[in-house]
Design a protein around this ligand. Sequence first.
Ligand SMILES: [Zn+2]
Length: 224
Amino acid sequence: MKKTLYILSLIAVITLTSCQSGLLTDNTAGNQIKLEINITVKAMQLPAEIAVPETLPTTIKDSTLLESWIRLYNNTQECRIWDGFSLTGRKLAQYVIDQDVVITWNTSTMYPGSWADRDNTGTLYINPSYQEETEAQMVNLVNEVAHELFHDLVPFNQKADSLYEEYLAFYVGACVSGQSTESFEHIDPTSSGSLAEWFKSNRHGAYLGRYEMYPEDIVAVSLP
Ligand SMILES: [Zn+2]
């Protein structure tokens, strides 16, 4: 279905009025930009406050996944990970371009769900259950893509999976999408007791016992 949509894509000339959003910081053309991009009609249905950046990743072929990337790019809210290190949706989106991260739907029945193939310089396989084209599901997709991108970042892409990394991936996804089913209040993930309790109380208890609590060398970070 997506493929058909993509084949039907057209060279869309999108004119965006931008000044009230203040989001087009990379745009030097003034209040109005004209983008000639090979993108589907779908992108023209973006909410008015979402700006399409001039440079789009060439590693995302699906229009829905590309829209989630555009929304990530538009998010400039700082999400503090630990002292001296924060992320924004835009930083994650830029990482996709800089590192040529491929983002695609997961068609595997052997490895279902969403996951990051970190051995292969970054390919994200996203759960196709997020393909439904509703606003709510798009926000969930932004959360999911950000979550998997976090797994692909240094230093975690060089470490064994850990509960600490998993918690931070959930946190980043929630922060940049503004939507979460988890609660992040009153948790100190540098405390193993607090971290374990978070997984239990947010219905992620299945992770406990699957991974080590912390990766080596990253225990002594301090969080806000
Ligand atoms: Zn994860």
